[in-house]
Design a protein around this ligand. Structure first.
Ligand code: HEC
Length: 136
C-alpha cells in the first residue's frame, strides 16, 4: 500500500506521541518511587531530630529545657508517630523500648517535669539507635 504524505505525517505524529507518553511514563514512575525512600522515620528525623548549631532540633531544645510548650507538644506527636513505625533494620523489641522511653520523657516535659530533659538525653541516643536500626 502506498502512503499519501498525509498518512505519513499521521504515522510520524503517532510515533512521536507514543515516545512522549513513554517519557512521561518514566518520569511518573520515578516520582512515585521517591516517597518510598523518604520513610516516615526519615521525615520525623529531619523535622524533630536533625539540627545545627544555629538551629537546634526540637529534641535538643527539649533536652536542654529550651523548648516552648508548643514545641514540646509537637515533639510529643513526632515521638508518638515514631513509636508506631517498624524499624527498617534490627530488633523490634529494642526499637519499641527506645521509642517508649522517648515518649515517656517528652510526656514528663509536657507536664512541666524537668526530669524529662535528662530522660530524653538517655533515651534519644542518636548513635546507638542508628547503629542498630539505620540501614546502610
Ligand atoms: C529510636 C531510634 C533513633 C533515634 C533515637 C535517632 N534516630 Fe535518626 N534515624 C533512625 C533511623 C532508623 C533512621 C533511618 C531511616 C530510614 O532510612 O528509613 C534515621 C535517620 C536519621 C537521619 C537521616 C535522614 C535522611 O536525610 O535520610 C538523620 C539526619 C538522623 N536520623 C538524625 C538523628 C539525630 C540527630 C538523632 C539524635 C538527636 C537521631 N537521629 C536519633 C533512628 C533513630
Amino acid at each position: 500500500m502506498k502512503q499519501t504524505p498525509f498518512q505519513r505525517k499521521l504515522i510520524v505524529c503517532a510515533a512521536l506521541a507514543a515516545l512522549g507518553l513513554s517519557v512521561i511514563g518514566v518520569q511518573v514512575s520515578r516520582a512515585a518511587a521517591k516517597p518510598e525512600k523518604d520513610s516516615d522515620i526519615t521525615v520525623i528525623m529531619k523535622k524533630a531530630f536533625k539540627g545545627s548549631k544555629t538551629k537546634p532540633s526540637l529534641v535538643k531544645k527539649a533536652q536542654d529545657g529550651q523548648a516552648s510548650p508548643e514545641e514540646l507538644k509537637s515533639l510529643l506527636e513526632y515521638t508518638q508517630q515514631l513509636q508506631k513505625t517498624k524499624p527498617p533494620k534490627g530488633e523490634v523489641k529494642d526499637w519499641d523500648e527506645r521509642n517508649t522511653g522517648m515518649v515517656a520523657a517528652v510526656e514528663l516535659l509536657v507536664k512541666g517535669d524537668k526530669a524529662g530533659g535528662a530522660a530524653l538525653k538517655t533515651s534519644a541516643d542518636c548513635k546507638a539507635c542508628h547503629k542498630l536500626h539505620q540501614p546502610e
